[in-house]
Design a protein around this ligand. Structure first.
Ligand code: ADP
Ligand code: MG
Length: 329
């Protein structure tokens, strides 16, 4: 324990030391941390996109997760929501409930959080700090021209269904941590970063503006999240499982297990989107640009008949065991 850890720390010095002192500044933040509210300027002609996501210790991350990773993930999952909207993230607030003011924990947590904030140039503009069971709530704000926001609703029959990156890695890592699956240390090291430090697909979301007809980020599992997209328009889908993008580690697993992870495990934070066929070449080309970091893969087609049909081979239906995503209640 360093000497700071035993020094009394009030709420205000805590905020100043670990958050305000390191928050990056943006010219559109007229007033940041320190007043009763922050004042921010939305660019003319754009609308505010707002989203909040809460991480509860033990429910959203294992209790032994490092504070750096907790801070990183709290912001990452929110940036992912901006990505799925095609919004440009700009500002965030942090509601932090802590069992104790532990200096070492706070230092590492704020490093993880502000590392990602720096990378995506989003400014921490305020928050709330309370004492209680460890809970982290981040509210993110961004902007978008109103006509270009990519909603969940909008898919049409015949459109392609796509995902960025690879699916199922985070799910495999979580199962190993929970003792439900066994991997070597070297194998676990390939998938653990995907659980603990997901990459928000912000550049991909921006690239899809005006091109994708709908989008969602895969947080609860592909079947569950794609299900929301399809339910909103009363349509269905046919997915071709051999086309699911899998990392080398998942490709080496038995196909049934790899598919189950890719289809039903959450926490990947990839984007799933639908695309009119006429836009596919343009999107592939845009996502191949270096800024996007990821490519996309077509995994299926939007169909008239509701429900998601998975094919393991042409005309051969595959029944996915336990097809529900993560449920909170
Ligand atoms: P108030 O009592 O007016 O709600 P607070 O005492 O809660 O103000 O917070 C003081 C200032 O510090 C406010 O500007 C608030 O936004 C900011 N703040 C509080 N907690 C955090 C935090 N965890 N991260 C960043 N800013 C915070
Ligand atoms: Mg307050």
């Amino acid at each position: 324990m360093n000497k700071n850890a035993i020094m009394p720390m009030n709420e205000f010095s805590l905020i100043q030391t670990y958050f305000a002192a390191h928050a990056l500044s943006r010219s559109d933040v007229l007033l940041g941390i320190g007043d009763d509210a922050a004042l921010c300027q939305v660019p003319a002609g754009q609308v505010l996109a707002v989203s909040v996501d809460t991480l509860v210790a033990g429910a959203h991350f294992p209790l032994d997760t490092t504070p750096f990773d907790i801070g990183y993930k709290a912001l990452a999952v929110n940036l992912s929501d901006m990505a799925a909207m095609g919004a440009q993230p700009a500002w965030f607030t942090l509601a932090l409930t802590l069992p104790a003011a532990d200096a070492d924990w706070l230092a590492a947590f704020s490093r993880g959080l502000l590392h990602l904030a720096q990378q995506f140039q989003v400014a921490l503009i305020g928050g709330d700090t309370t004492c209680g069971a460890l809970t982290i709530s981040v509210q993110i704000m961004g902007f978008c021209p109103p006509a270009l926001a990519i909603k969940r609703q909008g898919a049409q029959v015949g459109e392609g269904i796509y995902v960025t990156g690879t699916l199922g890695d985070a799910g495999v890592a979580l199962r190993v941590l929970l003792g439900e699956m066994a991997l070597s240390q070297a194998q676990l090291a390939q998938v653990l970063p995907r659980l603990q430090r997901p990459t928000p697909r912000v550049a991909a979301g921006l690239a899809l503006r005006g091109l994708a007809s709908s989008a969602i980020d895969v947080s609860d599992g592909l079947l569950a999240d794609l299900g929301h997209v399809l339910d909103s328009v009363g349509l269905g889908a046919e997915l071709y499982l051999p086309d699911l993008p899998l990392s080398p580690l998942l490709q080496a697993l038995p196909p049934a297990l790899a598919w189950q992870m890719a289809l039903t495990a959450g926490d990947d934070y990839e984007l799933c989107f639908t695309l009119p066929v006429a836009h596919s070449a343009q999107v592939s080309q845009k996502l191949a640009s270096s800024a996007c970091v990821t490519r996309c893969t077509r995994i299926g087609t939007v169909t008239q008949a509701p429900g998601i049909v998975c094919l393991e081979a042409p005309e051969r239906i595959y029944v996915v065991p336990s097809s529900s995503g993560y449920r909170h209640f």
